[in-house]
Design a protein around this ligand. Structure first.
Ligand SMILES: [Zn+2]
Length: 119
């Protein structure tokens, strides 16, 4: 799936039309989703998974705020800063990937340092 093929979001029922709005692909590039399960896991918009999306800090992403026990405001400061770094890097990675020319192997998607963990 690059831009042409849509997968339906299990939360809102709308199509996830690009990997830059895909919760699945973001978790894949940061090393939190086993590639084996990529095609069998339910797709969601990043925005429809606010617990993850709240850690995206980038001008191109409208900030997401979570209430309740999973809100980053209530989490450990070090955890939040590490998580923000990782998840934001993952988001920027997705923006990079859609700029790539031609089709590349999915194994090239994850962030540097993450690829090794999947081997
Ligand atoms: Zn959705």
């Amino acid at each position: 799936m690059k831009c042409d093929e849509g997968y339906r979001c299990e939360v809102c029922g709308e199509d996830v039309t690009s990997i830059v709005e895909s919760d699945l692909y973001l978790r894949f590039v940061i090393g939190e989703l086993d590639p084996e399960t990529l095609h069998t896991s339910a797709e969601r918009h990043l925005r429809c998974n606010p617990v993850l999306a709240q850690f995206i800090c980038d001008d191109r992403f409208e900030p997401v705020v979570v209430d309740g026990p999973m809100a980053k405001s209530g989490l450990d400061h070090d955890f939040v800063s590490e998580r923000t770094q990782l998840v934001s890097a993952g988001y920027r990675r997705l923006l990079e990937i859609i700029e790539w020319d031609g089709d590349r192997d999915m194994t090239e998607y994850p962030l540097p340092g993450v690829v090794e963990r999947y081997r």
